[in-house]
Design a protein around this ligand. Structure first.
Ligand code: GAL
Ligand code: ZN
Length: 668
């Protein structure tokens, strides 16, 4: 299912028909409308105007398109902001946001919720039973646009209530926040302030800060749950509900959203905005970072197995630091990456580039003339045609499944490590991505899991950055290993309890016990300093800087990396231990280089299968198809083990895959 965003409110009504027909002509099947159109839907408080949208919906249908509608709560109208200024969020600097951009609303404001629920109800009543309105999006990119977190009075009141529900007694809160130090004991929940780093005199209490971020994430989740409940009550049985998340949203853990709320997860994807690294030679700034793109897909699929790519950049964007032209073919490459990772819906922001106003410089599928397809438009068209031809093979199963690995993503731990990294240069998200990338480039199909997930389907399970871990999770890991699994532990694994406290043992003792080792310490180095680690076997030396652990494994373990300098020279930095029928590989350092090599050595030591993919390439199996994606600015040969036996099995491309291109073959 492939389609595009369209904003009828932004174009003269006489132009809609031609635009919808053009969308259809391009091979697209649906339009997505309405997420910012509140001012047009309710021009005055409690006066609803849907005639214009009725017309747009009708014309889209006439053109043969299906329709996705949205609740417009990401862009409240000016009458709302001015009549109810208390709905405007307050920034960390204490300033209330003013009207004039978007997302200027606090999700904890009672007035705002009343108005948001009313417009959602009106929309649902009006369009809910229309069979051509196939799906609904609630709000847009929850925690984005610097409106989060909010420090308004409503948030303070809700935060206190949240804490009261969570802790019941103030004594329990004092214990959880370790309030006996620095006179941080409270006598009453009413005394608690929002832990705002901008207004506190010195460092925030870390547990208070973490509780605040959790509270805020839960607030966002409840906000979309309320809207989804309203929609659900009025929609026809076939209509789905989703929210358009940012994969890896800084302020919302999608796992806080009750599972029944959304039929599937959707995400936005913007691989080229001058933000992603890589050397100039790789042209990553034009093609995107394959791991960033892939991990967005895997994150989205991780929630309930179903996901949609709601927004994909169709060309140059306007909001990045450097809004470069994407490499020719890149848009199609991203679309195929999403398809390869299981996307059931493909969509793009946006069909037409605006001639004026917000996001004026943002590309659409068409050039500014509204007729000529832009390069990204041509690539969307091409993929639509390719899906027509071979889309039927996306279901069913081929005979060559990939080996499966899982990696935990624990939002709470990632926040705790962000609140206190212990080194300015320890970036939990980047460290996580290094482990994820290692699994991807070693040819695994990677699922992103949580503490409840069943581990039995996986040949490898990576605990990277699960810091705040309950004992029960360690017990689960032990059972997995003893039954023959291979656990891959990254740095800072399970050093703290779920409430963020250290257990009263030596540092890291719980993992150390599981892997039959001692953890003698960890280190970080100041700016400009690096240490040296030697990888074994092979003796390659790599530099580290942001984090490294010094381990003492038992005599039976295989040493995979050793410190070669600092006062602890000779201490182990990575190793593998056999436990029961399985094994654990511990990689105790964070370094851009070396993690992949160590994981590969750990797999080899156990004789576990791996494919070595060329750098910056991805390989996935979906249904009956094998899909190879080349994110390089030069051609790459398909690895010999992937080349299909029959040449006729190749459905798209050849065994030599050009720059920013794909090969797709029948895998059975
Ligand atoms: C997304 C957002 C869209 C649009 C787009 C521009 O983050 O959801 O509304 O602003 O960025 O690239
Ligand atoms: Zn607020």
């Amino acid at each position: 299912m492939i389609g595009t965003y369209y904003y009828p409110e932004q174009w003269p009504a006489k132009q809609w028909k031609a635009d919808f027909e053009r969308i259809k002509q391009m091979g697209l099947g649906h339009v997505h409308m309405g997420e910012f159109a509140w001012a047009h839907m309710e021009p005055e408080e409690n006066r609803f105007e849907f005639e214009w949208l009725d017309q747009a919906v009708e014309q889209a249908k006439q053109a043969g398109l299906k329709i996705i509608l949205c609740t417009p709560t990401a862009a409240p109208p000016v009458w709302l902001s001015q009549t109810y200024p208390e709905t405007l969020p307050v920034k960390a600097n204490g300033r209330r946001v003013t009207h004039g951009s978007r997302a200027h609303r606090c999700v904890n404001s009672a007035v705002f919720n009343r108005l948001a629920e009313r417009i959602a109800t009106q929309l649902a009543l009006h369009y809910g039973d229309d069979p051509d309105v196939i799906g609904w999006q609630v709000d847009n990119e929850l925690g984005h646009y610097h409106s989060a977190p909010c420090y308004c009075l409503a948030c303070l009141v809700h935060f206190r209530q949240h804490l009261q529900t969570r802790y019941q007694t103030i004594g329990a809160l004092n214990h959880a926040w370790a309030g006996d130090f620095w006179s941080q004991r409270y006598d009453d929940f009413e005394q608690i302030e929002l832990p705002n780093p901008e207004t506190l005199g010195y460092l925030p209490n870390e547990h208070a800060r973490l509780d605040f971020l959790l509270f805020y994430s839960v607030s966002l989740a409840r906000f979309i749950e309320r809207q989804a409940r309203i929609l659900r009550a009025h929609l026809h049985a076939g209509a789905w509900i989703t929210h358009n998340f940012i994969a890896g949203d800084r302020f919302c853990d999608p796992r806080h959203v009750a599972p029944a709320t959304l039929d599937f997860f959707s995400i936005t994807m913007y691989p080229v905005s001058g933000e992603y690294g890589g050397t100039p030679q790789t042209e990553q700034f034009r093609i995107g970072d394959p791991m960033a793109v892939a991990h967005h897909c895997d994150v989205a699929r991780g929630h309930n197995g179903r996901w949609g790519l709601m927004e994909l950049q169709p060309g140059q964007v306007n909001w990045g630091p450097f809004n470069c032209r994407p490499y020719p073919g890149a848009v199609r490459l991203w679309l195929w990456t999403a398809i390869a990772h299981g996307a059931e819906l493909l969509d793009t922001y946006r069909f037409r580039q605006p001639v004026a106003g917000c996001e004026q410089y943002h590309a659409g599928l068409l050039a500014l003339d509204g007729q000529t397809p832009a390069p990204g438009g041509e690539e969307f068209q091409q993929v639509a045609a390719e899906l027509d031809r071979i889309g039927a093979y996306l279901t069913g199963t081929g005979t060559l499944p990939l080996p499966r690995a899982a990696i935990y993503f624990d939002w709470t731990s990632s926040k705790a490590l962000e609140i206190h990294p212990q080194s300015l240069d320890f970036d939990a998200a980047q460290c996580w991505l290094r482990f994820y990338s290692a699994l991807k480039t070693l040819g695994f199909a990677v699922d992103i899991i949580d503490s409840e997930s069943d581990l039995t389907p996986y040949g490898l399970v990576c605990t990277a950055l699960v810091d705040l871990a309950p004992d029960a999770l360690l017990a689960r890991w032990r059972q997995y290993i003893e039954n023959g699994g291979h656990l891959l532990a990254g740095p800072r694994t399970a050093t703290r309890l779920p409430n963020g406290h250290f257990p009263q043992t030596t540092y890291g003792r719980r993992l150390a016990r599981l892997v039959k080792a001692e953890l003698s310490g960890y280190d970080v180095l100041p700016a400009g300093h690096t240490g040296t680690i030697e990888l074994l076997p092979g003796g390659r030396k790599i530099a580290w800087h942001s984090w490294s652990e010094q381990w003492r494994p038992d005599g039976q373990s295989t040493i995979l990396a050793v410190h070669r300098d600092q006062f602890y020279q000779g201490a182990c930095a990575a190793f593998q231990t056999r436990v029961g029928k399985g094994a654990a590989t511990v990689v105790g350092f964070d370094a851009a280089e070396g993690i992949r090599a160590t994981v590969a050595a750990g797999l080899d030591a156990l004789g576990q299968t791996r494919v070595s993919l060329p750098p910056r390439c991805l390989y996935q199996v979906r249904g009956r198809l094998g899909i190879f994606l080349n994110f390089n600015a030069f051609e790459v040969k398909l690895p010999a083990s992937l080349v299909p036996a029959e040449k006729s099995a190749l459905l798209i491309g050849q065994t030599v895959v050009p720059a920013a291109d794909v090969a797709v073959w029948l895998n059975d």
